[in-house]
Design a protein around this ligand. Structure first.
Ligand code: KG4
Ligand code: ZN
Length: 341
């Protein structure tokens, strides 16, 4: 059973093909980074047009990579939200059109669910597991009980982690997207050089806050001239502060679940920020301290891609959760509102 998945909710046009033995047959991603770079962030109108320009080629390239035709597919999955609505519509309309013409089932996939289920494809993780979903737009700790069955334990009350990385990178003159550039710059930096705040550390619950950290970075930089050494030190200090906060919040999630008698099989990180190796090392420790396995998909499956959409589609299709061609494109679509039956 092969499923084609389309991802167009932000600035990557992705087409992936996966099979039900967890095999990845194709993973094609066309990045629009260059189109958005001059603006230091994603411009929705540019994104929608760019998806439209390349989606045919991306799909054809995926079919070629898998060495199959449309006739070999068992279903078409597409991200129908949440995300930038113009792009979401490009991918979901394309998915629906292929499904209609080929007489294939269509599966409307929530982008967050696609990130959340990826560790089941890469590491065969069993339900229930604790998930840190950290990307440019999202930062949440979730209990994943099953496909379509999520409980929100904590979320950011202001910026997402990726957003914090991206905004601080801009202040450091590092460019966009900031996360990978901060991680690279931090390699030569001293993580103790700047004493940044750790917002929410030790607070009850599992919520996050990053806007204070961002302000602290800005205030500290005002007192200095940007040199490569300073940039490295700030990048390392910021990365360490973020990792400390995440580890603390995750431990609170473990405590909360333990108090309720809920045993999880693993601690999993997903979303673009999960590509950060320093953060992963830190949360891996938290998993070990709580006696559970740790899993993070490889970086190219952490950032946006079509494979994760195909996999989420496959998991839903196995449960008979297919959708009509009237499935809505949704700019906002929290995981707790997902359809299960
Ligand atoms: O999941 P994703 O590709 O797109 C969204 O759905 O947002 O995540 C992109 C985010 C960006 O904020 C980017 O800076 C961040 O993930 N990111 C990283 C790293 N790689 C990507 N953040 C920290 N370290 C990284 N290595
Ligand atoms: Zn994403």
């Amino acid at each position: 059973m092969l499923i084609l998945g389309l991802e167009t909710s932000c600035d990557d046009t992705g087409a992936g093909i996966v099979g039900d033995a967890r095999e990845i047959r194709a993973n094609i991603v066309a990045s629009q980074l260059e189109a958005h770079r001059p603006y230091g962030g994603v411009v929705p109108e540019i994104a929608a047009r760019a998806h439209l320009d390349v989606i045919d080629d991306v799909i054809n390239a995926a079919l070629r990579e898998a060495n199959i035709g449309f006739g070999d597919l068992a279903g078409i999955a597409a991200t129908t939200g949440p995300g930038l609505i113009g792009g979401v519509m490009v991918g979901s309309m394309m998915g629906k059109a292929i499904a209609a013409v080929r007489g294939l089932p269509f599966i409307a996939v929530n982008h967050l669910e696609a990130h959340a289920l990826t560790p089941r494809l890469t590491d065969d993780v069993a339900f229930p597991y604790l998930l840190l979903l950290a990307s440019g737009g999202h930062c949440q700790l979730l209990l994943v009980r099953g496909v379509g069955d999520y409980r929100l334990l904590g979320r950011t009350i202001d910026d997402a982690i990726g957003e914090c990385f991206d905004k601080c990178a801009k202040m450091l003159g590092l460019g966009y997207p900031g996360g990978p550039l901060i991680e690279m710059a931090a390699r030569d930096g001293n993580a103790r050089a700047f004493d940044l705040p750790r917002p929410m550390l030790g607070r009850a619950g599992c919520d996050f806050s990053f806007s204070g950290m961002k302000t602290a970075v800005r205030l500290a930089l005002e007192k200095h001239v940007l040199t490569p050494a300073l940039v490295g030190d700030m990048a390392a200090s910021l990365q360490a502060a973020i990792a400390d906060v995440v580890a603390d919040r995750a431990q609170h999630a473990f405590d909360l679940l333990r108090n309720e008698g809920v045993a999880v099989t693993a601690f999993v990180v997903a979303g673009g920020v999960a590509a950060n190796q320093v953060l992963c090392a830190k949360v891996k420790n938290v998993a070990a301290n709580n006696g559970v396995a740790f899993a993070a998909p490889p970086p190219k499956l952490c950032t946006d891609n079509g494979v994760m959409v195909a996999w989420a589609g496959l998991e839903r299709m196995r449960l008979g959760l297919t959708d009509g061609l009237d499935a809505a494109s949704r700019p906002r679509w929290p995981l707790e509102e997902i359809r299960r039956v």
